[in-house]
Design a protein around this ligand. Structure first.
Ligand SMILES: Cc1ncc(COP(=O)(O)O)c(C=O)c1O
Length: 362
């Protein structure tokens, strides 16, 4: 028997999600590592434009999944990857990045103003000066991040057809804005529900410390187009972690904490609207979180143990009314200024993705 021809790398093989049906009207796009899509698309475009080749230096600041995706591709293609992070990076991820050949720079001291985020940006600027020919992927501001999600939208259209509601988390905005805008070219009535967390500036809350990582942001990314969202939900860490465990216990889907946040919102939406097809984007798998979200002792020690998730969100009219619990706002495809009223403009991730200050976050 002839062997089937196999001509793909692991980063190609893992780029698209598994589609899973959770109930009559609830579907999940379950990724191992969603950030492979934008990392691959950004690096492919840079390669096509002759900006990078084997031996090129790539510099980015991240402590999360985008860094891991860049490191996997860099190992396969022979790029020198330098990631600037801070002490919040988990040891297992740092070891994995280093095993892939990546240089991980940890800034040890927060900057007097702007904390670790500013310190990371400062270190990144030094490295950019040291390696003048470097390439900076800049996931927060590079339009090739949302542009990378066409294959996901095509997969959903082909497998599920008409979708009523797409639910997903928002960090850079790339996955929700990119997938949603593509799907709306075919089905303009599609509703987009964005999932954020209290203390993130993305949808108008004042910045403060957050325990739920991966979604949310302290700076405003240019890739976030607020006017595509019909609803915004803020999910607190303990609620997201409980829902992550329920996703595993009920559906055997072993995913990370941001997937749990999306599941809580999507499950509520699907129960409330049994005639509507709801699709969830689940961004990463659970292995990184085994000693935290999947460890009851750790949850208790952090005061993040929640026996039951709330059944439904608290409805507010303005982001400043949202407390430290699951809350929703009918955003109704308005701009940031229309909702917030121009009273609170957070710092931008960068003024221009080519010339501005570097990106930060996860
Ligand atoms: C685990 C995880 N979930 C969700 C997100 C948010 O996705 P996006 O940046 O496309 O808005 C990220 C972003 O880094 C992430 O790492």
């Amino acid at each position: 028997m002839k062997n089937r021809e196999v001509d793909q790398t692991i980063t190609d093989a893992l780029a698209l999600p598994r589609l899973v049906r959770l109930s009559e009207n609830l579907f999940a796009a379950s990724f191992v590592l969603m950030k492979l899509l934008p990392a691959r698309f950004i690096l492919d475009r840079a390669r096509d434009a002759a900006l990078i080749g084997r031996g090129s230096t790539i510099i980015e600041t991240t402590s999360g999944t985008f860094g891991l995706a860049l490191a996997m591709i860099s190992a396969l293609r022979g790029y020198n990857l330098i990631l600037v992070s801070d002490p919040a990076i988990d040891d297992a991820l740092k070891r994995r990045l280093e095993d892939l050949g990546c240089r991980v720079e940890i800034v040890r001291e927060p900057a007097p103003v702007g904390g670790y985020q500013r310190a990371r940006l400062n270190r990144m600027a030094e490295l950019q000066a040291e390696f003048p020919d470097h390439f900076w992927p800049s996931q927060y501001d590079n339009p090739h991040n949302p542009g990378a999600y066409a294959p996901l939208a095509e997969l959903l259209l082909e497998a599920i057809g008409h979708i009523d509601v797409l639910v997903g988390t928002v960090g850079s905005g790339g996955s929700m804005c990119g997938t949603g805008e593509y799907l709306r070219t075919v089905h303009p009535d599609l509703k987009l529900f964005g999932v954020d967390t209290p203390g993130s500036v993305l949808f108008g809350q004042p910045d403060r410390k957050r325990m739920l990582r991966g979604l949310g942001n302290s700076l405003m990314p240019q890739n976030l187009d607020h006017s595509v969202f019909d609803e915004v939900h803020w999910v607190a860490a303990a609620e997201a972690f409980r829902a992550t465990r329920l996703l595993h216990q009920r559906h055997a889907l072993f995913q990370g904490g941001t997937s749990g946040a999306a599941y809580m919102v999507g499950d509520w939406c699907a129960r409330r609207n049994p005639d509507e097809k709801v699709v969830l984007i689940l961004p990463d798998e659970g292995y990184r979180y085994q000693d935290t979200i999947y460890d009851d002792e750790w949850l208790h020690s952090q005061d993040l143990w929640l026996p039951d998730p709330p059944r439904e969100p608290h409805l507010v009219d303005h982001p400043h009314e949202a407390g430290d619990r699951w809350t929703r706002l009918q955003w109704e495809r308005r701009s940031y200024e229309q909702v917030i009223g121009g009273s609170f403009i957070p710092a931008q991730q960068s003024s221009s993705f080519l010339a501005g200050s570097p990106s930060a976050g996860d």
